[in-house]
Ligand binder design. Structure first.
Ligand code: HRG
Ligand code: AKG
Ligand code: FE2
Length: 387
């Protein structure tokens, strides 16, 4: 297949980024790249509880990817390339509009029934914060409509306020076809998310069950907890960072880590929920993934037609750390304006997430969390996300 050849070519250029300034110019020995996983065996809802050989193969690949990197490429997901291209083109067209037009869907007009600041809507450059520092990107966030959240009556018992997540999604008038295309995209990508968490359930069951555990993992556990996924879709625009530092070279290998005040397109973070399905334009070197060694950053350059997938905090909690929500960041010093559209396939807002008993045993560690709802975790994050 000609496409395989293309993938191999791309991955050979997935070289580690050096952190130590003194090593600048040297090349590290090649570090394993992110794996490529074909999800097609899990796109069909199972009719019985046994896995096919191709499902078992995919499940093993997922277990290995989630154990080592927490990141992988996903192919054969069923969304046509033309649709992916259209989503990115519309994002680019939106961000090219004058600021005053983009502010027509500002998040400052979106919060809850009373209006005011919310998490839904447009966020201008410098408004997003990661790790206490401003990010150099602009974005629009859409969430599952709040009216769909099943058991929200538990809210506001003096402990939390869901206000920032209430309100309705804000859609731009221009480009005029953005809303229709994106709403259709949400439907399609939700199915991909479901296939991925079904495969992850299988992966966990196959790797954990039958290994001196009293309890087994229910391979459908993630599907059940995401059947009303409180998803988030972000449309992000990244201007090229100014290369103000002398250490910065033309490549992504600049010793940016030694410059504690270096500008970030998006500072290092983990994602919050289950599974992130990232669609990004072809700009190389921008998205960087922290290697297991804790110091080396790997480029997660896009592969045409594939999603970059990573697991979030709730997966780490469920598996009691067997799988890690890996840190990543964006430093865009490449050419042009970069756009990406991550889709966060998350648990239901009120799903209680605690370490699975079988995973606790398998990990040989105490439970890493006592359990709480995904909504609580999300609110704790969202409230610190804006300047
Ligand atoms: N749902 C997710 N992952 N949204 C994007 C998170 C980007 C990092 C965020 N500013 C933070 O500080 O966590
Ligand atoms: O734009 C990207 O490549 C990744 C963005 C990201 O990590 C996020 O929004 O959580
Ligand atoms: Fe992220």
């Amino acid at each position: 297949m000609h496409s395989i050849h293309k993938y191999t070519f791309t991955l050979q250029h997935n070289t580690p980024i050096l952190n130590d300034k003194k090593k600048e110019g040297l090349r590290m020995p090649s570090t394993p790249s992110l794996p490529i996983i074909d999800i097609s065996p899990f796109r069909i809802t199972p009719t019985n509880s046994t896995f096919t050989p191709s499902q078992i193969q995919t499940a093993h690949q997922i277990n290995s990817a989630c154990t080592t990197h927490g990141f992988f490429y996903l192919t054969h997901h069923g969304i046509p390339d033309s649709k992916l291209a259209q989503v990115l083109t519309l994002a680019r067209e939106f961000f090219a509009l004058p600021l005053e037009d983009k502010l027509k869907i500002s998040r400052h007009d979106a919060g809850g029934p009373e209006g005011g600041d919310g998490a839904r809507g447009y966020q201008a450059i410098g408004e997003n914060v990661t790790g206490g520092r401003r990010d150099m990107h602009e974005a629009v966030d859409w969430y599952r409509e709040w009216d769909d959240v099943a058991t929200r009556e538990k809210e506001d018992k003096g402990k939390r306020t869901c206000e920032p997540l209430k309100g309705t999604n804000l859609w731009p008038e221009e480009p005029s076809d953005l809303k229709g295309v994106y709403e259709e995209y949400v439907e399609e990508v939700l199915k991909v998310g479901e296939a991925v968490v079904r495969a992850m359930g299988a992966a966990l069951a196959l790797s954990v069950n039958g290994k001196e555990n009293d309890e087994a993992v229910d391979s459908e556990v993630f599907v059940k907890s995401t059947d009303k996924s409180f998803w988030v879709m972000r449309m992000i625009g990244y201007p090229k960072l100014e290369t103000s530092s002398p250490a910065s070279s033309s490549s992504a290998n600049s010793a940016v880590d030694s410059l504690s005040d270096a500008e970030m397109s998006c500072g290092e973070h983990t994602d919050y929920g289950c599974v992130t399905l990232l669609l990004a334009d072809p700009t190389p070197g921008a998205l960087q993934v922290l290697h297991k060694d804790g110091t080396t950053w790997l480029n997660a350059d896009p592969i045409p037609g594939a999603f970059v997938v990573n697991i979030g905090d709730m997966m780490e909690r469920w598996t009691n750390g067997l799988w890690k929500s890996t840190k990543h960041r964006v430093i865009h010093r490449g050419d042009g304006f970069r756009v990406s559209v991550p889709f966060f396939y998350e648990p239901n807002f009120d799903a209680i997430i605690k370490p699975l008993e079988a995973c606790v045993k398998r990990s040989g560690k105490d439970p890493i969390h006592e359990g709480s709802t995904y909504g609580e975790h999300l609110l704790g994050k969202v409230l610190n996300n804006f300047y």
